[in-house]
Design a protein around this ligand. Structure first.
Ligand code: UDX
Length: 463
């Protein structure tokens, strides 16, 4: 991208700008040596953080939080005036959930953050969007800034999407595999580089390079939707193969291994199972379609609708397998599973997190419950969130409690505690040795040897 050259008198970017993060993403940047202020409108969350407690389960984050709060590099507030006074670069990291009235993204948190912050700014500042947004949002934020900035205060906008995966957040922030900088001026470019100097310095000490893509707003915004759509498509591709395997007697695990050896395909994100969930992939492919439709390119992304449907069908597939294993017919309204006790192992959308948002495990559990089964749900980290989201389910405090007396065990999140559970011990606790391996993560021969009737996803029924 060719940026206009700085003119004489263009203010020089700061070597080490002070950073604010709206939506509490701040912790790792303090670890990189910056003075950081995290802002959240949730006073309870801020109180916890200020005490050194991380409100989510994210490996490694509590240590970093405590260390940096103690070192005085990291503080928290709920006060926008304080954030405006503190920061030179303000990162907007608020959520953009699916709207209640359609597929599109709800931008009200972005709007609220920008309009609350900008009127308090008193010196030249950079607002950097990190939230995942529909293309065109950065330009709209620029207009908002123009409307709300105090007269004479220069406030610029930039867009720099983040690509962090839950469970790997610390690593992904400290050692990103790339940075995407959507900027409109050399000053914004330099400021953003300065705001990431800690990332480059760390990479240099480890003899690594962090690739940087400097681009326009629209491309920066699209990168995130495109990346997540690609990942979702890859998962639905292998799950579509699982469907074909199921009707042809093939094994999708072996198929995935065999195609994954081709570097052009790669073996990552080719795990068939109950499909993708979480706070990002499902809502992002929908928001992307909605935005493309608005812009007149809806047809280009019609395949993402299919990606979504394949993903939803995997959830129903588990109910079909349950009916099959329990010997109940699957009618137009699904099966009647009344009288059976089902142990559900897993509530989070993947292991390594306590997040249950759009979790396949919870969605499947609801379906089983609706079919009349008695449920005993256990998850090593997600119980509190699952209880909040789904208070009417029956919860077990341990794996042993969940499986005791069960007619069927469903493994729906690939936690190690489940993968390495001893099938003989579990067999001694259940009423019926039937297991659905929703992630193909169990040692199939071992479970079969322990007398279990085993069903995987996209795998042939063992003889
Ligand atoms: C994702 C993107 O990976 C990340 O880059 C982006 O910033 C946010 O969204 P995350 O939501 O943390 O991150 O989860 P991810 O690890 O990508 O998994 C998403 C879902 O796909 C999970 O439900 C996971 O179980 C499922 N998945 C993943 C599969 O079903 N099969 C796979 O092979 C990989």
């Amino acid at each position: 991208m060719n940026l206009p050259q700085p003119s004489l008198g263009t203010p020089q970017p700061l070597a080490r700008p002070r950073l604010t993060f709206i939506g509490t993403y701040a912790i790792c940047f303090a670890e990189l040596g910056y003075d950081v202020l995290g802002l959240d409108v949730d006073a309870q969350k801020i109180e916890l953080l200020a005490r050194g407690e991380v409100p989510i389960h994210e490996p490694g984050l509590d240590d970093i939080l405590r260390r940096n709060v103690a070192a005085g590099r990291l503080r928290f507030t709920t006060d926008y005036a304080e954030a405006a006074e503190f920061g030179d670069v303000h990162f907007i990291c608020v959520g953009t959930p699916q709207r209640g009235d359609g597929l599109g993204a709800d931008l009200s948190y972005v709007e609220a953050a920008v309009t609350a912050l900008v009127p308090h700014l008193t010196r030249q500042s950079l607002i950097v969007g990190k939230s995942t947004v529909p293309v065109g949002t950065a330009a709209w934020v620029e207009q908002l800034v123009g409307k709300h900035a105090p007269a004479g205060v220069e406030v610029e906008v930039a867009w720099s999407p983040e690509f962090l995966q839950e469970g790997y957040a610390v690593e992904d922030v400290l050692r990103p595999n790339r940075l995407v900088l959507g900027v409109r001026s050399p000053w914004a470019h330099e400021m953003l580089l300065a705001a990431h100097k800690g990332v480059f310095d760390l990479a240099a000490t480890e003899d690594r390079e962090v690739p940087v893509v400097v681009t326009d707003f629209a491309t920066a915004e699209l990168v995130k939707h495109a990346a997540n759509s690609f990942l979702a498509t890859k998962i639905s591709f292998i799950n579509a193969m699982a469907e074909v395997c199921e009707v042809s007697g093939a094994d999708v695990s072996q198929l995935a291994r065999a195609i994954g050896y081709d570097d052009r395909i790669g073996k990552k994100f080719l795990r068939a199972g109950v499909g993708f969930g979480g706070a990002c992939l499902p809502k992002d492919i929908r928001a992307f379609q909605a935005r493309a439709q608005e812009l007149g390119a809806g047809e280009a992304l019609r395949f993402l609708h299919e990606v979504d449907l394949i993903n939803q069908r995997r959830r129903s597939r588990v109910v079909q397998l349950a009916a099959d294993l329990l010997g109940r017919p699957y009618g137009p309204a699904g099966p009647d599973l009344t009288g059976f006790r089902i142990a559900v192992l897993g509530a989070t959308f993947k292991p390594g997190t306590d997040d249950v948002r759009d979790s396949p495990a919870l969605s499947i559990t609801r379906k089983l419950r609706r079919a009349g089964a008695e449920i005993a749900l256990y998850d090593p980290k997600g119980m509190a969130n699952a209880r909040r989201e789904q208070p009417d389910l029956e919860y077990a405090d341990t794996l042993v409690d969940a499986v005791t007396g069960a007619d069927l065990v469903c493994v729906l999140t690939a936690w190690e505690e489940f993968r390495y559970a001893d099938p003989s011990h579990v067999a001694s606790l259940v009423r019926g040795r039937r297991v659905i391996d929703g992630l193909n993560c169990l040692d199939q021969p071992l479970w079969i040897a322990a007398g279990w009737e085993y069903r995987g996803m996209g795998r042939p029924t063992p003889a």
